[in-house]
Write a protein that binds this ligand. Structure first.
Ligand SMILES: C[S@@+](CC[C@H](N)C(=O)[O-])C[C@H]1O[C@@H](n2cnc3c(N)ncnc32)[C@H](O)[C@@H]1O
Length: 366
């Protein structure tokens, strides 16, 4: 990639990162974690206080949560309208240690504004020094840096509650933490209603946007979810199972030793082997009820079979030679599906499923 294209790509990614979480979404999630925050230092490391409702939430709920300290870092602050110190263009961080004058409002004179020497990047040594003071990190970080962001929290052994995209669970840097129960999804997650984020006037026009009566634009990200390592009661609720296994509804994959369960609610109550479920299952995952044994998606999956080059027949009937059938779980079918892509290998027909999480029930039926 040329330098120019790279920087255009970076600029686009940076623009795409500029969406802001609504206070109502923060409140909906945070009410499930009250007990974790007592006496704790909370760090919001991607939060411009002029824009971030996370700062609003934690400063106004400081006493209710019993926090020890709140720190918010503002990456490359452009101007300082809110606190008007006169210094523009400098990254800052704020420290708040609770209401001192008894009005229960985080006043300007109670919030200490400090300058970063650098740009306040969450990876910068200055921001890491603040991270080291913190017990819990909460934010919606830039999605384009999600892998690095999570890696840093894990490296520094921090508790966290952050917004990300559900699809990140299949990243090779994230998946091992999900599989081994070091990270899980929060409570208000994909499948339980979409989150809408505030966007700026110059945010690129895309699908899934709306504008409210005041002209404020919003973007929805259907697959957004909270990622955390703080326990919450929802992840200890059993998923009620009511379907019985039968071979027709739960076919066995051809390249993984597991049956296909296309919806988590249809997990059969009497199948003791491995099952492939969509990623949205994680929204219903209770580690006391199921074990996650793997993932069926290249390159993380461990298929029992690798296909030679295949013929792909597209939905429009276009035939091409590919090796894509190895990317995920495959089902052998009697007749080619109509209007869907399928694959042919040695005269047999296969269809491919999306990435599947491989799980097994903990309690074995007799
Ligand atoms: C998705 S927005 C969310 C903002 C805010 N946390 C919220 O939820 O409303 C991500 C924010 O991270 C900031 N950001 C981007 N790169 C950053 C970096 N390297 N270090 C710290 N913050 C960064 C962006 O300017 C942006 O404000």
């Amino acid at each position: 990639m040329t330098a120019k294209r790279q920087s255009l790509g970076d600029a686009k990614a940076a623009k795409d990162d500029e969406f802001y979480t609504q206070l109502s979404d923060i409140e909906k999630e945070l009410r499930h974690y009250r007990k974790h925050f007592k006496g704790k230092v909370v760090y919001l490391n991607c939060d411009d206080p002029r824009e971030s409702e996370f700062f609003h939430y934690f400063s106004y709920n400081f006493e209710k949560l019993g926090l020890k300290k709140l720190i918010a870092a503002c990456y490359k602050s452009k101007d300082m309208d809110l606190f008007s110190t006169g210094d523009s263009e400098r990254a800052i961080y704020l420290e708040y240690e609770g209401d001192k004058d008894g009005d229960k409002i985080p006043g300007r004179d109670e919030i200490e504004v400090q300058h970063f020497d650098g740009d306040g990047d969450f990876r910068s040594p200055e921001s890491i020094t603040l991270l080291e003071q913190a017990d819990i990190v909460v934010t919606n970080p830039p999605f384009s840096l999600f892998r690095e962001y999570i890696a840093q929290l894990i490296e520094h052994n921090k508790k966290f509650l952050v917004i990300g995209n559900m699809n990140a669970v299949t990243y090779k840097e994230i998946w091992p933490h999900i599989q081994h129960d070091r990270i899980w999804l929060g409570v208000t997650r994909a499948g339980t209603g979409q989150m809408w984020f505030r966007i700026k006037d110059d945010f690129p026009v895309k699908s899934g946007q709306r504008t409210d009566e005041n002209g404020q634009r919003y973007q929805t990200i259907g697959s957004s979810a909270w990622f955390t390592n703080l326990d919450h009661s929802k992840r200890h609720e059993d998923l009620t199972l009511f379907k019985a296994y039968n071979a027709a509804d739960y076919p066995m994959y051809d390249n993984y030793d597991a049956i296909e369960v296309s919806k988590a609610v249809d997990i059969p109550l009497d199948w003791d082997g491995v099952m492939g479920v969509p990623i949205t299952f994680l929204g219903k995952y209770n580690p006391d009820q199921f074990d996650i044994v793997g993932i069926a998606k290249a390159p993380l999956g461990k298929p029992s079979k690798v296909y030679p080059q295949q013929t792909q027949v597209s939905a429009k009937g276009v035939r091409s030679k590919v090796t894509k059938l190895n990317d995920g779980p495959a089902l052998k079918v009697e007749t080619p599906p109509i209007g869907k892509t399928y694959y042919e290998v040695d005269g047999a027909t296969y269809i491919q499923m999306y990435a599947r999480i491989l799980i097994r029930r903990k309690e074995v039926t007799s």
